[in-house]
Design a protein. Structure first.
Ligand code: MEV
Length: 443
């Protein structure tokens, strides 16, 4: 069947599913049944999901787990986590418990300003542009008043508007750099709308001014920046060095020093830093997704921040001084607890309710704790027993599910591997041995 199609978006949902199944799947009937089986039984809820994006043909499930016992700034939270990777939720819960007994997580907001730009090219005199821009400053802000009125009522709005000369980096390139306080909303639509209104004023003003009228100003784009180094949160755990007991044969001092060295390696070595930060993002993304926030934006911001001095480095840091172990994270998190999916997705609504319907600042502090907890769990495993023990245990179930093991078979094989690292080939062999069958493909 022809794999290309014209006017796909205009087809009904059923017709889209049928075309997809026929054009791209080996067994169209099975494919269709599968897509249908992933639809929500409540038509209203399904319609809402259909309308989040275009061309919806099914829902894509991710497990929604919870990690209890997070003591953050004296409050106990149960963190909602949407993630497919085994062991992330278990690791978060384990870390939370460890730190619950040692005073918990201490989070603080450093700043919460968002930035957007009108990126434009101008071929005239820079000084003339500067003076026209100065004259336009009131009008630039006024032009957005119909958009900012509500935000201002909530205490937010435009904080600052600057002209930035970027011609040293790229000929004729300038920016209008605008700072915003978007309160409890992530603010992407708000920021972009403001910038587009301002761009009209800028274009008109430069075309009309005597000193710049003969020059050419070309607005390239108006867009918020996902790099948010002025929307920062810091979270720390600390305890007396002797309380860093680990449950292995290492002393508290040995463990703390080994842990600190692992962090130092990620501070200086990009190969390790990428994996180290990926582990942090396991915790962060899971809460971000569960609370209906934009994990791609947060990933972009965190990785850009990790490379802010020109070298990609660890987002967490550690010190062992004067008998005190301290471990902390500092990350840019631009989050929203109103708007977007927050009131539309029933599970997102529930996730926010579980957290006590936090404002954006509170959610930033919770998410930072989740990232720190995840990194603590990963480094603790890596510097003591090794990562595979915990990881592969959780992975055992995935392997058995892939093989189609029954519940009884899962129990028997899990018991066999209770004290062993379940390498894939060994689990496959145990499964076929249990069924009295030869391993497929084995000689
Ligand atoms: C795996 O998803 C994450 C880790 O690799 C993180 C790390 O190495 O720190 C375990």
């Amino acid at each position: 069947m022809e794999k290309r199609i014209k006017g796909f978006s205009k087809l009904s949902k059923q017709a889209k599913m049928e075309w997809l199944a026929k054009a791209h799947l080996a067994n169209p009937t099975e494919g269709l049944t599968l897509m249908q089986s992933y639809m929500h039984s409540d038509a209203q809820i399904q319609k809402r999901h259909d309308e989040f994006i275009e061309n919806t043909v099914a829902n894509y499930f991710l497990p929604f787990g919870v990690a209890p016992n997070f003591l953050i700034n004296g409050e106990v939270y149960t963190l909602p986590m949407a993630i497919e990777e085994s062991s992330v939720v278990a690791a978060a819960a384990k870390s939370a418990q460890f730190w619950m007994a040692r005073g918990g997580f201490h989070s603080e907001i450093i700043s919460s300003t968002k930035i957007g730009h009108i990126h434009f090219m101008f071929d005239g005199d820079t000084e003339a542009l500067k003076s026209v821009f100065a004259e336009l400053s009131v009008e630039l802000k006024q032009a957005t008043s119909h958009i900012t009125a509500n935000m201002e009522k909530r205490g937010g709005g435009i904080l600052d508007i600057q002209l930035v000369d970027k011609t040293a980096a790229l000929a004729e390139y300038y920016q209008v750099e605008v700072r915003f306080d978007t309160r409890d909303s992530m603010g992407a639509n708000f920021i972009n709308s403001c910038l587009e209104e301002m761009a009209k004023v800028l274009k008109r003003g430069v075309a009309q001014a005597e000193t710049t009228a003969a020059s050419h100003l070309d607005v390239v784009m108006c867009i918020l920046s996902n790099y948010t180094p002025e929307c920062l949160v810091r979270c720390e755990v600390h305890c007396a060095l002797e309380d860093m007991v680990e449950g292995t044969d290492m002393t508290a001092m040995e463990f703390a020093h080994k842990f600190q060295r692992a962090v130092r390696i990620a501070e200086v070595e990009p190969y390790r830093a990428a994996t180290h930060n990926k582990g942090i993002m396991n915790g962060i993304d899971a809460v971000i997704l569960a609370t209906g926030n934009d994990f791609r934006a947060v990933e972009a911001a965190c990785h850009a921040y990790a490379a802010r001095d020109g070298q990609y480095r660890s987002l967490t840091h550690c010190s062992v001084e004067d008998g005190l172990f301290r471990f902390w994270i500092e990350i840019p998190l631009s989050l929203g607890t109103v708007g977007g999916l927050t009131q539309l997705h029933p599970l997102v609504k529930m996730a926010l309710e579980m957290l006590g319907n936090p404002g954006a600042h509170q959610l930033m502090m919770i998410v930072a704790a989740s990232g720190l907890a995840q990194n603590f769990a990963a480094l603790r495993a890596l510097t003591t027993t090794g990562i595979q023990k915990g990881h592969m245990k959780m992975h055992l179930l995935n392997i058995l599910n892939q093989l189609g093991a029954t519940e009884t078979e899962k129990e028997i094989i899990a018991a066999q591997f209770a004290k062993l690292v379940p390498h894939h080939a060994d689990v496959v062999k145990a499964f076929y041995d249990l069924r009295g069958l030869p391993v497929p493909g084995a000689h």
